[in-house]
Write a protein that binds this ligand. Sequence first.
Ligand SMILES: [Mg+2]
Length: 151
Amino acid sequence: MTISFDLDDTLIPGTKRFDTEKQTIVQRLLRLEKIRLGTIELFKALRSQGHRIYIYTTSFRSILQIRLTFYLYGIPVDTVINQPRHDRELGENKTRTSKFPPAFHIDVHVDDSPGLKIEGDKYNFRTIIISEQDRTWVRTVLEMCETLEHT
Ligand SMILES: [Mg+2]
């Protein structure tokens, strides 16, 4: 499957707070953002199961910066969709939903926003919504992906 992940408040703390992975001196010098504790384990597990990993964010971070952030943690991602790319590829439909994973052939999208689940139910795309309090979020995602793969 192709699985996409939101950044803000899902993998990168913002208004929501959670523990983050350790950074090397290089990552700190480059001022790259810290990612949620467990992301490395999760991405490696998904990768070993043959899944593709995308980042889908409504932020304006550059694609290069996002790629570098994950690459330097040893977990490169396959594709990055930021707001400019979403706008470009969705064209006149860009404001219909905040994100529209089917446009990028994504099978399931992982996010913190309950509103996106409502959009997904309405426009027929699959989401996994993760709370910042979910300390076993890695297992939550792996189990949900496992279930979805067989439906
Ligand atoms: Mg978010």
